[in-house]
Every structure is written in structure tokens, then in C-alpha cells.
Design a protein around this ligand. Sequence first.
Ligand code: ISL
Ligand code: CA
Length: 567
Amino acid sequence: MTTPNAPHIPWWKDAIVYQIYPRSFQDSNGDGIGDLRGIIRRLDYLKRLGVDVLWLSPIFASPNDDNGYDISDYRAIMSEFGTMADFDELLREVHARGLKLMLDLVVNHTSDEHPWFVESRADPRSDKRDYYIWRKGRNGQPPTRWQSYFSGSVWEKDERSGEYYLHLFSRKQPDLNWENPRVRREVHDMMRFWLDKGVDGWRMDTINMLSKHPDFPEGRPLPGTNLTDGQPHFLNGPRIHEFLQEMHREVLSHYDVMTVGETPGVSPAESALYCGFERGELNMVFHFEHVFLGDDAAERGKWSNPPLTLPAIKRVLASWQTGLHGRGWNSLYWDNHDQPRAVSRFGHDREYRVESAKLLCTVLLFMQGTPYIYQGQELGMTNVSFESIDHYKDIETLNAYKMLRDEHGWDDARILASVHARGRDNARTPMHWSGGANAGFTEGTPWIALNPNYPDINAEAAEADPNSVWHHYRDTIALRKSLPVVRDGTFTLLDAEHPTVFSYVRQDAHTRVLVVGHFCDRPGVYRIPSEFVDGEVLSNNYPTQELAQELQLRPYQALVIRARRKS
Ligand code: ISL
Ligand code: CA
């Protein structure tokens, strides 16, 4: 029964999303590569965890220069992942369990093997030429010196025509020309193709890069290179909101779906233009401020791996909580397929792995917004330290390795230390299902080596252990769903400058909840607001807790305390 006058709450505000990187999730046929039938096999596991929506990283036909983020046919399933019949069955099985399925929309670029690009490159007079961004050079040089995200120039010269095409990522990922209305129509048609099958939403890859400054101005010089940072000229470009409003009007508004845009380099204020409730664009965006903290200013970007401090992380997350409250909607994440494992980066991946993984769960899931859990995060999976670059597969890492060695003179040990800390393959080693051969991921040879700690950290062991990280995720998900204040309440950061405690209050007309997370490997004391001293402990990653104004905290302890109602 619906309550009269109850505000309409869109379903995605109550959803917990689980991200699957299909290549590394579950192999079903022994070729060492995860696939759609493997995902079907694990749906009951995901249902038990309590998540609502599955987001699949790209599953479309691809030569895999960037593991599927380089698409050669938007309407076909990658042959290694299965067939369209497998996809249809997966979607049916997902829906049969009351879950939803979200796909990855990668339309800033295609693969260079996409027929559009093949034709575009082969014939400057073809009607596909203008599907991509072609420019003449200047005095034998590329049009700009912008640096690609995967090292080197963003321009690639095509010898046949003598012109350059733009690729913000690898040279096998040419950027589509969104100025061309036919490109936009092609994308809209493709989106309808999947939505008409019953897909429940889109995660939109690098969506704030679609609109480039038409003049391609030179960027800011990057120290130690002859390249420049072109981002001011293609992030949040002049026509981006027009393109997204058109996409919403033409496609999204006709379906009950959720959308999350990947938007590196947006501030809370800018993000409200993408996800403001009245904007008719997206439901929410992924910002990167907490995971790229300090990287921008560091000499070699993320590879310099600048140190993190808790106050800086709190400041960023709090600015998003308060900046979007009542205006737009946050997405909440620590981990994804591009990031090192959160427990290794923000927690403690040795003695306090279990405690700190639970702490990260608690402080994330009690903020306002839609939480995203990346495969293995619910087990507290850790970074991996392969001893040689030969074990790494990621194009970003492999290109960076060459650049850091050849252009910056870093030695192997220094590069590997950076890769161990920040490389994307940390997230891409196979999922740990059991302590058996290859962690139960494959009966063949895995496409990338496993993290050797799978005998200790795996789903089978975690489900059997009531004190595991997995159970903490399941319990915290359920708790969150039982407390409307977590969805709707205000957020107030306490003690912003405290070096080791992250604490905040969530509040609505009925309920006040205090969250305290102790980011430290030693015991500590933290003074809580008096109204919580006789409160009720709703969640705790240690067995017991005496409440007192001077709260005694154990290493990496995380507590949620509800204030008693005043009568
Ligand atoms: O991963 C990054 C840094 O390590 C980011 O700069 C990342 O490249 C950026 O967030 C865009 O990511 C997305 O698009 C890329 C793809 O490689 C990533 O996997 C995807 O998440 C190109 O499609
Ligand atoms: Ca397979």
C-alpha cells in the first residue's frame, strides 16, 4: 500500500550496486577468462550478499587493447564472454532474483577496429570520416601536444591521408566526434537496443570528455616532458550538457533506468550540473577527488603516489556530502577496476586487514548516496605485488612503465613500487571463490596471475566465518536499508582536522546516527558528543563496546551509534 502524499523515491536511491569485471569474475569453460555463464553461476552468492544492481564492465565485442573499453561492435557480445543467448539468459536470471543489471556505455571512443573507424581511416571522403576527430598537423607536428591518459600524444598520424586522429586513451581507442549529429543518433539507437532488452541502466565511461573545445587550444606544459595537459579543453566541454540533455530526452526519459556518469575532474558544484535533480541529465556521477588526492600536483601524476592524510580525505568526502545534499545524488565508492584495492590503500592489509576492511565498509555505507562495491571488496581482497613487469597486463601500466624508464630514468624497483601501490591490475586479479586450485576462478590457466593470498581470503571461507569482512558487508547493507536517515538525512562532519578519526553524524527529524571510524593501527580515545553516550550501538567491528564520552577505540575500529529518542 502506498501512503498518500509520500514523496516518490526513485529505486536507485535505495540500491546497492556491485561491480563485476567480467574478465576476472568467474570462468565457466576453462579458457582462463571470466564469462557470462560464470556470472550466472554466482548470482545466488550476490543475492546472499544483499546487493541490488549488478554493473558489468564492458561485455561487447572488442580486440581488448583496454580489456573491453575499446569496442568494435556495440551490439555483439565479446566472443570470450559468450553469446547473445548467454546474455539474454543472464538478464533473465538476474531479473528472476529481483536484481537489476547495468551495462557500461563507452561512447567517448570506439576501437580502431570498429567498422566506423576502419571506413573513416580508409577513405577521407567516406561519410564515416566525420564520425571521428581528424585534424591537419601544424608544421609537421600534431595539432596539440596534449598527453594521452595512457602516455604519449593524443594524436596519431595516419600516413595515408597525412592527417591526425584524436585518442585521449590508447591509439586503438579513437575518440568519436560528438559534434556530428549522426554519431549521436547512432549512440541513441544503440542504447535503445539494450534498454529494449530490459537492461536497467548505464554506467557511462568518461562521459564528461565528449565535448572538446572546437579550437583545440594548447594545454598547460607538463613538467619534465614536451607534452601538455589538455584536460581544461575537453573535460566538461562547451556542449557536454546539451549532449546529455539530448540523450536524456531522446532515450533515457523513456525508460525507468539508473545512470551514473564517470566524470574525472569534476567538483561538487560542477557535478550538480550533471546530476542536479532538475537537470534532466544523469542520476549521479563518479568523482575522483578522494582517489586522486594530490596526484595532479605530483610530478609524475599518480605514479608519484603522493602520501594521503585522513583530514584531506574527510574534507573531500564531506564537501561532496554537503555540496550535493538536496540538489543531486552522490555515488559512494572506494574501489573499482581502475583503482588499487581500498584495504591496501586506505586501510591496513596485514594484521588489521579484516578490521580495516570492515571500517571502510562502515564509513562508506553510512554516507548519503548510492554505494558501489567492487568484486572482492566484500572479502577484503588486497593489492598484489608481482615481482616483474612481465606479470602485468594493463595497457596503462605497461605504457607507463616504458615512459618512466625511458623518459624519466626511473629504475625497475622504483617503477614496480609505484605499480604495486597504484596499478590498475591490483583490482583485476581473479576473484577468490575458494582456497582450491586457482581460487575456483578457472580450471584452466588464468589470463592474469592470482593474488597468492587466496587460500586465506576467499568467498567460501568468508561465508563460513560469521566474523568475516563478507558478513560485515551483508549486515551493514541490511542495516543501511533499515534506516531511512542514511538515505535522506543530513551529513555533518565532526572534528575535520582529527588525524586518525573519521566521524560524522547523519540526522533527520526522527533519528541521529553517529559514525566513528578509527584509521589507526594503535588504540586511541575519542570524545563523542554527549547525546550518544547512552546511545545504542548499531554496528561495531569489534565484539563489545562500553560507551563513554571518552570512547576507547581499538585499531581500525568502526562504530555506528544511534542516539536514544528524547521523550
Ligand atoms: O584509471 C585511471 C587512472 O588510473 C583513470 O585516469 C581512468 O583512465 C579514467 O578514469 C577513465 O577510465 C575509464 O575509461 C578508460 C578505461 O581504461 C577505464 O578502465 C575506464 O574506467 C578508457 O575507456
Ligand atoms: Ca571463459
